[in-house]
Every structure is written in structure tokens, then in C-alpha cells.
Design a protein around this ligand. Structure first.
Ligand code: HSE
Length: 310
């Protein structure tokens, strides 16, 4: 095989209470990446479509490029040449794990082209390198669900310990992306380094409650646990209409609603697709009330992760 085209899904990180430790993958949107093997060693980016020229074309500064470079170095195959064509099918700086999807597409594609020398879960550290150059922190709560599919818990970063949690068959995500941009680096910078014991106890209760709610499954418990007292109160000030949009989701039957990753997108979870679609429309109407255009995505939880599409 000389060439492959793959899709890697967008993700919702944090999932309200699990800052840097929870994330899940969605069916759409996502990124597409074609990788051609070449006789000339090294990783090159031939073109990027859909980014309006904003992403780095130099492989070492691009999330897909660096992920492939670190992977090739690790497996001792720096003799391999790889030419990339990346098609961004989701907005940048949106809180949908755009940099993570590109990095995952990169390592998944090259591992397939080389006959799968590594297992899927062992690709995670290379995809995390993409996050490090994109936002200065190698968090795994976008790359892990994009790579493994499903709902993922990052129990530990050192050593890396990632667990996939089963979710109810009927669980639908609504993501609404307002036409504003929030840079993850900035959204991390404004966070406080210290939290109170009281808030920590509340957050731990919700973290445990959400996992229990997903596994039982218990929809009311999922809803009660989709509460974030640590991060949302700080980051929500970066999102105009945040309270109105969240309230619109809850008023229209969502189990819960919070910021997707570092924002500005908001996500909501619902127990059926019709509710998830109604919730999306209500959230968009609430953004429109402040003159903000938005895009809504509704999908089940993507259990597959990346896939070969050509
Ligand atoms: N957990 C990360 C953050 C996700 O909230 O900064 C960024 O997409």
C-alpha cells in the first residue's frame, strides 16, 4: 500500500466535570488526511484544505506532521517518506478537538501504511505531541477519544493510563459552535492554579456520578453530574450568551450542557435524537438573540474512532 485516506473524529473534551480527564468522540465533524509514502525520507505537507491558510505547512509545526515524525522516530523508521494532504472539515479554535483530530489521523494513517507495527492504543503518545505544539500542553482528553472512540477517562498522565467507558446505546450529543474563536492556550492561561476543598469535593462527586450514570445507565444521574464548578465559571466569560444558551438547552430537554473542551462551542447530552436536534435549534436561537451565527452538529457517541475511507 502506497497511499491511504483516513477520517478522524472531532471530540468533546472535559464533558463538564472532567477537566483534562474526560472526553468522547462524535460521528461528525472530523478531519480527512491522505498520506502518500515516498522514496524521499522525511514528512512533508503538500497542502491543507479548509484552514484558510492559517495552519503551519512545516511538518514539525503541524499537529499531523509532528505526530508522524515522532512516531517514525520511535519505531526507528526515519528512512520513511510521507507526503500529507490534510482536509480540515471542522472549524479551528472551536473546542471540537481540531488539532487532536489531525494528529490522530496522522498516526493512524502512517501506522496502517506501515502494516500496523504498533497497536492502536500505543499511538496515543505520538498524537499527544501534536497537542503539545498546538497549545503548549500534551493533554489527552481530545486525542484519546478521537483515537480510541467512545467515552474515555484519562486516569493518569504519568504513567499514561486511559480507560474507555461504555456509554448507553441511546445517548446523543449536540454541539453548537458560535462564529467566534477561543484559543486553547489563552483559555488555559486564565484558569486558577488553586481550587478550594469545597469545590474539589463537589467536582469529585460529579466525576464519580457521571461515570456511574453512564455505566448503569441512569440518565437522571448523568444529568445531575454534568456540572462543573471549577472551570466553567471562569471560561464562560469568554463566550457571549453562555448562560442563555445553556438554559435554552436545559429548557428543551437536555440532560446537561457545558463548554466543549476549551470553547467556544457548547455541548449538550440528550437521551434521544429528536431531543438532541430540538436542543441544537434552541441553542442556536439563543446565540442568534445576540446576533451570533452558529453551526449545530448532532450525533451519537462515535465508538469507532478513526477509519480508513480511501
Ligand atoms: N482539556 C483541554 C482544556 C481540552 O480544556 O483546555 C482542550 O480542547
Amino acid at each position: 500500500m502506497k497511499s491511504i485516506t483516513v477520517f478522524a473524529p472531532a471530540t468533546v473534551a472535559n464533558v463538564a466535570c472532567g477537566f483534562d480527564i474526560f472526553g468522547f468522540a462524535v460521528e461528525n465533524p472530523g478531519d480527512e488526511l491522505t498520506v502518500h509514502l515516498s522514496d524521499q525520507p522525511g514528512v512533508r505537507i503538500l497542502d491543507i484544505i479548509g484552514d484558510e491558510g492559517r495552519l503551519p505547512r512545516e511538518a514539525a509545526r503541524n499537529t499531523a506532521g509532528i505526530a508522524i515524525q515522532t512516531y517514525l522516530k520511535h519505531i526507528g523508521r526515519e528512512d520513511v517518506g510521507a507526503d500529507l494532504l490534510l482536509t480540515k472539515k471542522m472549524p479551528l479554535g472551536s473546542g471540537l478537538g481540531s488539532s487532536a483530530a489531525s494528529a490522530v489521523a496522522g498516526v493512524f494513517a502512517i501506522n496502517e501504511l506501515l502494516g500496523r507495527p504498533l497497536q492502536r492504543k500505543d499511538l496515543l503518545p505520538f498524537a499527544m505531541e501534536g497537542e503539545r505544539i498546538a497549545c503548549g500542553s500534551a493533554h489527552a482528553d481530545n486525542v484519546a477519544p478521537s483515537l480510541l472512540g467512545g467515552f474515555v477517562v484519562v486516569r493518569s498522565y504519568s504513567p499514561l493510563d486511559v480507560i474507555t467507558i461504555e456509554t448507553p446505546g441511546k445517548l446523543f450529543a449536540t454541539i453548537v459552535h458560535p462564529e467566534i474563536e477561543v484559543n486553547t492556550k489563552d483559555a488555559r492561561f486564565i484558569l486558577k492554579n488553586e481550587v478550594t476543598l469545597k469545590n474539589t469535593i463537589t467536582q469529585m462527586g460529579n466525576v464519580a456520578g457521571l461515570i456511574a450514570g453512564l455505566m448503569k445507565p441512569d440518565y437522571d444521574l448523568i444529568g445531575r453530574s454534568l456540572v462543573d464548578v471549577l472551570i466553567e465559571p471562569i471560561r464562560s466569560i469568554l463566550i457571549p450568551q453562555f448562560n442563555e444558551v445553556k438554559q435554552a438547552a436545559l429548557d428543551n430537554g437536555a440532560l446537561g450542557c457545558s463548554i466543549s473542551g476549551s470553547g467556544p462551542s457548547l455541548f449538550a447530552l440528550s437521551g434521544d435524537q429528536t431531543t438532541a436536534e430540538t436542543v441544537g435549534k434552541a441553542m442556536q436561537t439563543a446565540f442568534a438573540g445576540a446576533g451570533i451565527d452558529s453551526e449545530a452538529y448532532v450525533s451519537g457517541i462515535n465508538q469507532q474512532g478513526p477509519k480508513i475511507i480511501g
